[in-house]
Structure formats: structure tokens, C-alpha cells
Design a protein around this ligand. Structure first.
Ligand code: FES
Length: 146
């Protein structure tokens, strides 16, 4: 399998790994099919700008690389702009992922949405296009035989 240099770099030197004490929003999602779990912490200021973002994962290399890039991309953005940091945008920023690893990039996007949702619930805010997150992002995918 071929990974881009950027993917390898973010996998080997992931940015923003860790937790934020007293985070404004925390989101956790998993993919029951591969068993990987992602947690994202957001620190959001009074102008609804994401001041800091950290992640912790029990996930594969592609999940680490995409989360590392995604956290870099949402930092400094408003909560509304953060909605544009889709898994597609993250993959483009990483110069692509092998097709079988594309689903891994969804963990970061979904965990960011879950953290934004948590923040919105706590503060009575609505973000256009943000839906209640799923805990398991493999839900609703086609059933596969094991
Ligand atoms: Fe599960 Fe990559 S294999 S997130």
C-alpha cells in the first residue's frame, strides 16, 4: 500500500495529540467494524473561534494521520467554518489515501462534529448542517460478512 509523504509525516509525527482540560466540546466516535475509536477535544473562545484542538485515538495509522491534519485545519476557524473541514478536504490536504483507508478519515470528521455538537448542546447554539452525531460510524453501512 502506498501512502503519501504527508500521510507518513502526520502518522509518524502526529500534531495535537492529547487532551484539553475543561474542553468546550468533546466528541467520541468509533467504528465498530474495525474497532477504532477517536476522541476530539475543542477549546472554543467567546467569538466561537476554535482556539485549540486535540485528539486521542485508538486507531490505525490512517486515522492518526487524518486526525492530525484535521485538528491542524480546524484550529483558528469559527465553528461554522470548521464544518467545511470534511474528510475529503483532509484527504486532499494529505495528498490522498489508499481507497481501502478512506473510511478511516471519517473518524476525524465525525469526532469533530460530535465535539461541535457537544459544545452546541452546552451553549444552546445551532450550527447549520450539523446533525446529531452517531456513536458508531459503521452504522448504516452495508453489512459485511466476517
Ligand atoms: Fe479503522 Fe482505519 S482501520 S479507522
Amino acid at each position: 500500500m502506498n501512502y503519501s509523504e504527508k500521510v507518513m509525516d502526520h502518522f509518524q509525527h502526529p500534531r495535537n495529540v492529547g487532551e484539553i482540560d475543561g474542553a468546550s466540546g468533546v466528541g467520541t466516535v468509533g467504528n465498530a467494524k474495525c474497532g477504532d475509536i477517536m476522541r476530539i477535544f475543542l477549546d472554543i473562545d467567546e467569538n466561537q473561534v476554535i482556539r485549540d484542538c486535540k485528539f486521542k485515538t485508538f486507531g490505525c495509522g490512517a486515522a492518526v494521520a487524518t486526525s492530525s491534519m484535521a485538528t491542524e485545519m480546524v484550529k483558528g476557524k469559527t465553528i461554522q467554518e470548521a464544518m467545511e473541514v470534511t474528510n475529503k478536504a483532509v484527504m486532499e490536504a494529505l495528498d490522498g489515501l489508499p481507497p481501502v483507508k478512506v473510511h478511516c478519515s471519517l473518524l476525524a470528521e465525525e469526532a469533530i462534529h460530535a465535539a461541535l455538537w457537544d459544545y452546541c448542546q452546552k451553549n444552546g447554539i445551532i450550527i447549520d448542517g450539523l446533525k446529531k452525531p452517531k456513536n458508531d460510524i459503521s452504522e448504516g453501512e452495508e453489512e459485511e460478512e466476517y
